[in-house]
Design a protein around this ligand. Structure first.
Ligand code: ZN
Length: 85
């Protein structure tokens, strides 16, 4: 295998011995064989992954807000005379 970055011959190696470039990319190889429909499916998967990542962050923020409200509520329940200031 010839390194696409430094053009060094590496035989059967998948990682370049000269520059350390990782030559084997299963995603890229699979993408070439994909039909339009399969590509659209893959793109949808990637978009959903992004949406889920955003939702996870939103969910975490919500959990933090709810947790702090619960802690505040418990504190106010334990110390009803404490002022928030
Ligand atoms: Zn290289």
């Amino acid at each position: 295998m010839i390194c696409p970055r430094c053009k060094a011959e590496n035989g059967t190696r998948t990682i370049c011995s000269k520059c350390g470039y990782y030559m084997y990319h299963p995603d890229v190889l699979n993408r070439v064989k994909m039909t339009k429909g399969e590509r659209a499916k893959e793109d949808a998967k990637i978009i959903w992954k992004k949406i889920f990542r955003v939702l996870r962050v939103v969910w975490m923020i919500l959990v933090v807000i709810v947790m702090s409200l619960v802690i505040l509520g418990v504190l106010l329940w334990i110390f009803p005379n404490a002022s928030l200031g």
